[in-house]
Design a protein around this ligand. Structure first.
Ligand code: NDP
Ligand code: ZN
Length: 353
């Protein structure tokens, strides 16, 4: 079968791969919608995971089941399914501890385009189908359904880890598709003021539609200074980081109030350490929590988040700026994500077989 893969550092292309093997609990799907991700870009062009050779890319998509293992109970051939980017081993001790995304070791639930072949192929494998898939709700647009793999669950996880409360002031640093979902997540959890940091006009517009009350450009001076000016020197209750780099933590810790939380969902593709400022962190006694996490996966979560779309709590269609057709568009949507033209938020390709 054909697969679009990372051939080595900085190199991608089409290769031939074997049809995946379906274990008793597993399913094999054909992709019917696929999206590229900034994480694919970190993997290929920033060496973020280390060298990978002939690893099929892609972890965001919707599938149609073509094969199920003999122990799969709830899905059958022909079902159209939501697939989470993170597909944990649900019987693991890590899952029993509430952190399924780290089953098999830290970040071990992140299998696609990391420790196994991803979805950018004619067929892809799903482990533990009953636990890691959910049916695509009747009538849901396939591009929107693809946003349930990673964008919506990751952005919302940023708001969850920040433990956003009614009336909280929240600064969301970075409003690409992930940060935009964090803006919406913070809004839905009852944030009062939401300051969104970014510059691309499309993203700024969608941030406002999702509930941002203020926009900050990181290009017009330090974010910290701007947040302090806007809050009369108080800072914010919560910061969600969905853009920037290892240095962004310095500003985030400085601008969060004592007792506040800095919640990171950004994939730190380079640098050895993040910067936590000694004074800004209350010389070690400021009760400022710094937390970072990989999105949780799982069928229950997919179904719950899909219900939020169905009931118009969140509209991920606003993220999709570029729609293409067919498997052959994969290279284009990956390069769009790398080059980030000014009008891009998220590209998808819809595949008819
Ligand atoms: P984008 O590149 O589309 O967006 C990045 C945002 O950060 C943009 O708004 C950009 O502004 C802004 N930005 C860039 N530089 C700075 C800076 N120096 N200071 C502040 N803001 C800055 O990324 P995505 O939304 O696609 O992804 C965001 C991150 O989330 C990525 O690192 C991705 O890998 C990661 N991720 C994490 C997952 C998880 O499970 N934790 C899952 C999926 C993705 P501008 O408007 O100027 O472009
Ligand atoms: Zn992704």
């Amino acid at each position: 079968m054909r697969a679009y893969a990372m051939l080595g550092p900085d190199k991608t292309g089409w290769i031939e791969k074997d049809y995946p093997e379906c274990g008793p609990l597993d399913a094999i799907c054909r992709p019917i919608a696929l999206a590229s991700c900034t994480s694919d870009v970190h993997t290929v062009w920033e060496n973020a995971l280390g060298p990978r050779v002939d690893l099929t890319l892609g972890h965001e998509g919707v599938g149609e089941i073509v094969e199920v293992g003999e122990l799969v109970r709830d899905f059958k051939v022909g079902d159209k399914v939501l697939v989470a980017a993170i597909t944990p081993d649900w019987g693991s001790v890590a899952a029993q501890g509430g952190y399924a995304q780290h089953s098999g070791g830290m970040l071990g639930g992140w299998k696609y385009s990391n420790i196994k072949d991803g979805m950018f192929a004619e067929f892809f494998h799903v482990n533990e189908a009953d636990a890691n898939l959910a049916l695509v709700p009747e009538g849901m647009d396939l591009g929107v359904a693809a946003m349930l793999s990673d964008m919506l669950p990751t952005g919302f996880h940023g708001a969850e880890m920040a433990n956003v409360q009614f009336g909280d002031s929240v600064c969301v640093v970075g409003i690409g598709p992930v940060g935009l979902m964090a803006v919406r997540g913070a809004y839905l959890r009852g944030a009062g003021r939401i300051m969104a940091v970014g510059t691309r006009p499309n993203c700024v517009d969608v941030a406002q539609q999702y509930g941002a009350t203020d926009i900050i450009s990181y290009k017009e001076g330090p974010i910290f200074d701007q947040v302090m000016d806007m809050t009369g020197g108080e800072g914010v209750d919560k910061v969600i980081i969905a853009g920037g780099d290892v240095d962004t933590f310095e500003e985030a810790v400085n601008m969060v109030k004592p007792g506040g939380i800095v919640s990171n969902i950004n994939y730190l593709g380079s640098g050895d350490y993040i910067k936590i400022p000694r004074e800004g962190w209350g010389v070690g006694m400021g009760h400022k929590t710094v937390v970072g996490g990989l999105m949780p996966g799982g069928r229950r979560r997919l179904e719950k988040l899909a219900a939020m779309i169905l009931n118009s709590r969140v509209d991920p269609s606003l993220l999709i700026t570029h729609r293409r057709e067919g498997l052959d568009a994969l290279e284009e949507i990956l390069f769009l994500m790398r080059d980030k033209p000014a009008d891009l938020i998220k590209p998808v390709t819809i595949i008819e077989w």
